[in-house]
Design a binder for this molecule. Sequence first.
Ligand code: DGL
Length: 271
Amino acid sequence: MIAIFDSGYGGLTVFKPIIHLLPQYDYLYLGDSARTPYGAHSPENIKHFSEEAVEYLFSHGAKLIIFACNTASSVALCHVQQKYLKEKNEKERKILGVLIPVAEEVSKITKSNRVGVIGTSATINSNVYETEIHKINPNIKVHQKACPLLVPLIEEDWHKKPEAISILKKYLKPIKSTNIDTLILGCTHYPLMIKDIKRIMGKKITVVPSGEITAKSLENYLSRHSEIEQKLSKNRKRKFFTTDNPEKFKIFTEKHFGMKIPLPQKVELKG
Ligand code: DGL
């Protein structure tokens, strides 16, 4: 089974393109909505939440976990890979993130070598996007902006309200003025505001969400790693787990993602 992990509903922007491209596998989606936004937490807390998620997902049959959450990918991915894979010499399970495929893609897209990143405070403070982009091309100038109010607005389904658009404009103004030609949506939730983001940034700026890129990167990974691919069950099953209100999760998913889903199972991650 492939597990997609996010701090809330936002990871569905990664889940949807993945199941579209690779429908044959069984999937489990875990959204830790009870503790969202992760982006406002300390790195220690984010690592702790991520450990609990990994333990839960591995104990529920996941062979491959995708950290859809940019915040968890930025702050905790290396830590959980070290703790649950390397230290245990684990060869049959894998944990992957979203940042490296996105960094590779934008390095190909930018013509002016000026790239912007918007994300949660934890993602921006980690500076991981800049680090990964500079491993590929140190000449790319990376302009970053934390947008901490966007995730709570989206989780509350307030993101289409004029107040939300006005906050979005305030966040984007300084990053637009840096003359970037490519903008990374460094948070799973932001594609839910992509139309407004594109309109505010203007036609000359390519806006890059992580969902499709992660899906293609996963397809490529599975084609190169038959030892993992062969372990994945292929019955087209989809399970949804949430740490908060299952009804709210279902309503949000059906409204914003056009997917009919069974009522998610409410789970407790705290050990
Ligand atoms: N899903 C997280 C991310 O992609 C954002 C939400 C949060 O802060 O919990 O960064």
